[in-house]
Design a protein around this ligand. Structure first.
Ligand code: SAH
Length: 425
């Protein structure tokens, strides 16, 4: 049987040639041959009949084809095993010490619609496309072969599956096991429940960004008037300061979830961290993680809506050395972008008002509908309204286990900025 051909229009954006692994229905001129029931592998060719790639066809989706390979090799379980193995080898090469990370980041690892996260000896999969759904057994077999995990949990409980004509699914892929895992990151122990946490349980994409907090967590004692004489810190009146974290920052960590930023702040010497989240279970998890790492006495926890809390603290003239804002994606689709921008502006506006002059604002957005440029514009416009001058120290993206394909802007979603905040009269 000849493989079914998807013939692309002559006048289209050369998206596929630019490395974008999706073919939209509107780009297709016609199809040659008919797919047998249950089959979805097609050859994508250009208008002149020149072979471009092989992909999985989905009649139910606007993304008609997702490219699986630019070669003519057989698309079989062996290919899946090799792709997943290569993705894992790449992580081990770039981050040899890391035991928990994203192993497969969908399109950017040439496995469109497949997420695999490794939580020590537990693997979590998320399947977002029909082509991957059809090959779920290959995926699970490959994971078992490469990692020999304690268990594999599926977190395909996301509404975008509807766009592919798929129902949501969540649960054990085989035997039951304890879904609570202690993840090791930058010498910290972080308790994560892969069955209950956000997304697949934790956010590996900010690993490097969390480590980037380090220099900003100390160096605040002098600004508070503490003098060091013969190695002994004293206050203005000459009283010796007993708190070993006297030089550490006072930090507000908003949208704290597992508390991963709070834990890093403590690890790097923060004096006190206030962790805020709207969810009771998130606060519980963050508190447990503080306890586990011996940071309980340097932390406090607030369960509140960040929008209300930030405004109230501004009114009460509270202030911090460092304010961290790591909100969920306010813009889940392009239509929601206007409302999302208002949300981002509001929390950044209030957040920066709470930063002492010369202090630090750490702010992130994981919404890929918001470009880096628009993100920075929004923060700048908040700064103007708040009468602040912002000086950018670092602008960062997702970590190396979340690679970015230059031809596919969807893979580049995370923005993370560190600013110094100054008052403007
Ligand atoms: N910084 C976290 C990840 C943030 S996830 C980490 O390091 O793991 C987003 C978090 O924001 C979730 O835990 C969610 O409960 C919380 N959240 C969502 N809306 C909120 C709101 N309006 N106020 C406070 N927290 C909110």
């Amino acid at each position: 049987m000849e493989t079914v051909k998807v013939i692309l229009k002559q006048n289209r954006r050369k998206r596929l040639e630019q490395g974008h692994p999706w073919v939209f229905r509107s780009e297709i001129d016609r199809m040659e041959g008919e797919l047998e029931p249950g089959k979805d592998l097609v050859n994508v060719v250009n208008h002149a009949g020149h072979f471009l790639a092989q992909g999985f066809y989905n009649a139910k989706s606007q993304i008609a084809v997702r490219i699986i390979t630019y070669s003519q090799d057989p698309v079989d379980e062996k290919m899946f095993l090799e792709k997943i193995d290569q993705a894992w080898e790449r992580r081990k090469w770039l981050r040899p010490q890391v035991t928990s990370c994203r192993v497969v980041h969908g399109e950017a690892d040439f496995l469109p619609g497949l997420i695999i996260d490794k939580y020590e000896d537990v693997l979590v999969i998320q399947i977002l496309s029909k082509g991957m759904e059809e090959r779920r057994d290959w995926i699970i077999n490959s994971i078992n072969q490469i990692f020999k995990p304690r268990g594999i949990y599926e977190r395909s409980d996301v509404p975008v599956r509807q766009l592919e004509g798929l129902e949501e699914r969540e649960g054990f892929t085989a035997n039951n096991f304890d879904t609570v895992v202690i993840v090791k990151e930058n010498h910290l122990e972080i308790m994560v429940d892969v069955a209950a946490g956000q997304k697949t349980g934790y956010f590996f994409d900010q690993r490097e960004n969390r480590a980037a907090l380090k220099p900003f967590m100390t160096g605040w004692g002098k600004r508070r008037g503490i003098i060091v004489k013969d190695g002994i810190p004293t206050d203005k009146r000459g009283q010796v300061i007993k708190n070993p974290f006297w030089d550490g920052a006072e930090v507000l960590d908003c949208f704290s979830h597992t508390g991963s930023f709070m834990l890093h702040a403590c690890l790097y010497g923060a004096k006190k961290v206030t962790s805020l989240d709207i969810s009771e279970s998130a606060i519980e998890m963050a508190r447990n993680n503080a306890l586990r790492n011996g940071f309980l006495h340097r932390t406090e926890f607030v369960q509140a809506n960040a929008f209300d809390y930030l405004r109230e603290q501004v009114k009460g003239q509270k202030s911090w050395d460092v304010v961290i804002l790591d909100p969920p994606a306010f813009a889940k689709n392009r239509q929601a972008i206007e409302g999302a921008l208002r949300g981002y502006k509001e929390i950044n506006l209030q957040g920066m008002k709470l930063v002492r002059t010369g202090g630090i604002l750490v702010t992130a957005s994981c919404s890929y509908h918001l470009s880096a440029e628009k993100f920075l514009d929004t923060i700048q416009s908040a700064a103007v309204d708040a009468r602040k001058i912002l000086r950018l120290i670092e602008f960062r993206r997702a970590g190396v286990d979340h690679p970015v394909l230059l031809g596919s802007s969807e893979t580049d979603y995370l923005k993370f900025a560190i600013f110094e905040v100054f008052d403007r009269a």
